[in-house]
Design a protein. Structure first.
Length: 489
């Protein structure tokens, strides 16, 4: 199987940099210096845009990628004979764009579940400066629904009137805008008739939206998740974290989309600059190669756009959004445990002594001889667990804060926060960001179309949001190419 330079595995016998993955493909044999459209980035936004532009026009298209693999922040690695999703993972039939793609390629029948989010037998919670304790699944579920409903009732609004169209959030009158400067914690603090312990527990669960404390995460960001989940916490959890793709994982879907692309692919080619004028656009790579196009589709993540030199400069408001970025610097780590454990879920309040945000059991292995271990997934708070090689700290923190009975045989991770082509995990926005920046980030500037899950209308930060933006980018890019063609007549 091919291997990427990305990803990391630790075992007691030693560590490995770079993992096996079918996402590590080869570039096209020959690449030209001029195309009608250049799509920068082969994550799901770029893949679907490149495919659809090539299929719905006669435009020549180049898919340009900085990494040695496709998939962006979503890729499937082979770890100890198991498929591991190193980034984006969970999908659902109520996520319209991704489920349409799964159906298109006949992959919807390959869905499977994560044990600790589907139906955990045990749930645990670690409050600030307290010991990990078991909590009642039913009690936590009831408490979460009750307080969340109160949280999103404000000044006579409820969640449905605050954000009635979560896939079209900017549709006026958009009353949520007047509360966008609130954080999750600020809104919970306003509910002072509710016990502090209950508010803290709900906040710890909502911290999972961006691996960040509620003081850093926007109230409207939580509202958006809640509305997308059908205005219930149970619906939110089901759509966001239960169902995933088997049979080769998300990379299998990425390769299926790529297989329908009619154009050239160039990997291992980071971009340094994008310039444009009335005659066209030019992409300059870090190796100083220049490639011309009539239209550029940039799927570069929000937190990486500051690394690109744009001529002319981007709009002042977009530059401000890029400067602020999104807040999710979290860590995702797969753990293999020596014993089989029943399904469980655990969360921690954000404190310096609790680097993990949440974790859960995923599955008990897929070996032909039967289950022999439990695989689980832990998510660390941003700014914590920053050294993937510090196995002693990672394992001791996991056991102390989430799973005292764990005997860790290995762990695997991708360091998204320090990845130069991601600079963070999935998108999560702080207070004030959505009302200020969403519309601006979605705009094209001249010949450059900007598209990323980081500023999706609906499932922002998810594969569904990536596909949403890729489809919009296709429409916008085809309009630019069509205008250019008519101008030549």
């Amino acid at each position: 199987m091919p291997r990427t330079i990305e990803g990391y595995i630790w075992t007691p016998a030693g560590a490995t940099e770079g993992l096996e993955t079918t996402s590590a493909i080869k570039s096209t044999g020959s690449v030209k210096d001029s195309y009608d459209v250049i799509v920068i980035g082969s994550g799901f936004t770029g893949l679907v845009a490149a495919r659809d532009i090539s299929q719905h026009s006669k435009a020549s298209v180049l898919l340009l990628e900085a990494r040695d693999r496709i998939g962006g922040r979503t890729w499937t690695a082979r770890v100890d004979n198991e498929d591991m999703e190193m980034g984006g993972t969970w999908v659902h039939w109520n996520q319209p764009h991704v489920y349409a793609e799964l159906h298109r390629y006949g992959l919807h029948s390959q869905l499977k579940t994560s044990a600790g989010t589907l139906a955990p037998e045990n749930q645990y919670y670690k409050a600030a400066d307290a010991e990990l304790r078991e909590v009642s699944l039913l009690a936590v579920g009831e408490m979460s629904e009750r307080i969340a409903a109160r949280m999103f009732q404000i000044d006579g609004y409820d969640s449905r009137t605050l954000m009635p169209y979560p896939h079209d959030p900017l549709r006026e009158s958009a009353p949520w805008k007047q509360y966008d400067d609130l954080s999750i914690r600020q809104r919970l603090d306003q509910l002072d008739d509710i016990p502090q312990g209950d508010r803290d527990m709900l906040e710890s669960l909502m911290n999972s939206f961006g691996s960040a404390p509620g003081s850093n995460t926007g109230f409207v960001e939580a509202l958006r998740w809640y509305a997308l989940g059908g205005h219930t916490m149970a619906g939110l959890w089901e759509l966001a974290g239960v169902f995933k793709l088997g049979g080769g994982g998300m990379t299998f879907l990425a390769l299926a989309i790529l297989g329908d692309f009619e154009g050239d692919v160039l990997l291992n080619t980071p971009v340094a600059a994008i310039s444009q004028d009335t005659r066209g656009a030019i992409v300059t790579t870090q190796s100083r190669r220049r490639m011309k196009a009539n239209c550029i589709v940039s799927t570069i993540p929000l937190n990486c756009l500051s690394d690109i030199q744009f001529t002319p400069p981007l709009s002042p408001l977009r530059r401000r959004a890029i400067h602020e970025g999104h807040i999710n610097m979290g860590v995702k780590i797969h753990f293999k445990l020596s014993s089989i454990q029943r399904g469980w879920f655990a969360s921690c309040s954000s404190t310096p002594s609790a680097p993990f945000c949440f974790a859960f059991s995923d599955h008990n292995g897929t070996r032909p001889g039967g289950a022999d271990s439990t695989w689980c997934i832990g998510f660390g708070y941003g700014g914590q667990l920053t050294d993937k090689k510090d196995s002693a700290h990672i394992i001791s923190s996991f056991k102390e804060n989430l799973n005292p009975k764990a005997d860790v045989l290995l762990y695997a991770t991708h360091d998204w926060a320090n990845d130069p082509y991601a600079k963070g995990a999935w998108s999560c926005w702080g207070p004030g960001s959505m009302s200020r920046y969403l519309a601006e980030l979605q705009k094209s500037e001249g010949r450059v179309v900007f598209a990323s899950a980081d500023w999706a209308d609906g499932w922002r930060g998810f594969v569904d949001g990536a596909l949403e933006r890729g489809k919009v980018a296709t429409r916008d890019a085809l309009a630019i190419v069509s205008l250019e063609s008519r101008a030549r007549l």
